[in-house]
Design a protein. Sequence first.
Length: 256
Amino acid sequence: MAGSTSMKNPVSESQGALKSILVVDDEPLIREILQRQLKKEGFVVASCENGKEALASFKESEPSIILSDIRMPNGDGMFLLDEIMKIKTDFPFLLMTGFTDVPSYDVYHKGASALIKKPFDLDAIVEKVKANLVPNKQRWAEEFSGAKADLKLDFESLDGAIKDKSLSWGRGGFSFSKNLPLHAGDEVEFTLNFESGDVSQIKGLGVIRWNLDSEIKGHQKVGIEISGLESASLDLVLKLVEEHGKASFIPARASV
């Protein structure tokens, strides 16, 4: 498999329009801290204090990416996410929260590319921002290494698993309906095996973004963000994402 390529370098001039970011938070100090750090990394940074103001700013001058708090008056982060996804379903949108009652499966299903918990690490935020400005084809082809938990899933066929919604694809990952001892944040090396059909296997590396301990009607049980893919699986998964997963980053609802 393709060790990890660092994204810690400042944003290059060659990225051009891919370096503008809109920071949305109702706390002036947090906006100032994020703006200062992101400017040091080479980004052009604008900021707003609520979702309604940010939506107007987005329509006037579309940034490359949004980094938004969730809990805000006058249009919270979920309001802003919903409105942006109506305009552009594959837009990179990162959410921040200091609360534990925000369901991660819902956030990713609605289209968010990340859910960052406060208090946050500035370096980690910069890495998330940069990673989400890299196209899937490039990011998923990067080398990765290290000891990961093995996750092997068996299905009758890829088409059948998609049709019966036991496997659902999003533009950033996939979800499936099985009870497994996995926890949010776990890194896994996954192998999806298919007994019949044109596709026999998909292999890659991912991070568990949610694991529902009990059945919630209309939702999958485990959601995985893809970190990398074996070369033989890359084009196939890119095609699956294009056909089935543009609306959700990681689909949670089995109806997707």
